[in-house]
Design a protein around this ligand. Sequence first.
Ligand code: SAM
Length: 329
Amino acid sequence: MTSVAQDRFGRVINYLRISLTDKCNLRCVYCMPEDMVFRPNDALMQDDELQTLVRVFAELGFSKFRLTGGEPTVRQNIVDIVRFIAHTPGVRSLSMTTNGILLDELAQPLAEAGLQRVNVSIDTLDPVRFKQITRWGTLDKVWAGIEAAERAGLTPVKLNAVIVRGFNDGDVTELAKLSLDHDWQVRFIEMMPFGDVATFAQEQIVTDAEIREKIADEYMPLEMADDGKLDGEARIYRFPGAKGSVGFISTVSAPFCASCNRARLTADGVLRLCLLRDKEVDLLTPLRQGATEAEIKQIILDGIWWKPWGHGLAEDVIPLTRVMSQIGG
Ligand code: SAM
């Protein structure tokens, strides 16, 4: 079959974000409750099932893959998983979104296995606030992970920060200033509402415009780069003369749904068509029931065809069935 995954609006969908596990070694306040209950291991895609699905997606024209979670580095066999995905014909780009806690040891083996880049989540440079936001994390470990990623060539390193009013809205300028001396992209992600943590997210959201204003007041204005064109999902800004850049991912205040080229595969083998809508198509059950690869491809193509145009946050439609860690951010 040579079909390419395309939706009814003409968007070619060729970017798959795969959640390798719903488990995480942190409990960020905006992401999951501290007593989160995880799915049993046998409900998750096993390595061979993942391998089959990655091959099928690649044969449908998916060329860009990102591994996420939960926390992808806590998945057993993570290095082997990266190796087989990187060596799947058709896979051209392979990156990972991680909290960085285990990168100190894993960056080099992951790079050798074929991982190309990492995005590391770091919401503050203050150790006390870092602990408050992540509940269980240690800033030093993440910082060591970022340095290890750079040494291993997982570059350009991108740093993701979700800004939460009352927790880390005072940290935006220090975070943005990391781009002065490092060739990093510091990205501010607007907090999104999900299931149990939805009310929290809606009340504590800090918009990108507010973040830029604060940085301008406290340091200097950022200059828009690339005429404001999107780089993936981020709009890029720079401080004059800086080595790196500052990106804004304004999913809530300035959605980029029209240019969406992505789908998500959850750790339990479900194709999620929009991060912020609950429309999903189960792939793992038919695979386990003996569906052929041709049949799985048809299920994927049909699902992608009905990909929603965009999210419905403006109409108060919020995802209820899963939180971010169960989808793969
Ligand atoms: N554990 C990995 C990490 O920390 O990067 C990967 C999974 S995590 C769900 C992926 C990204 O989603 C992180 O940058 C995290 O901060 C972000 N995230 C989690 N919940 C979010 C929310 N409600 N709104 C916006 N971003 C969120």
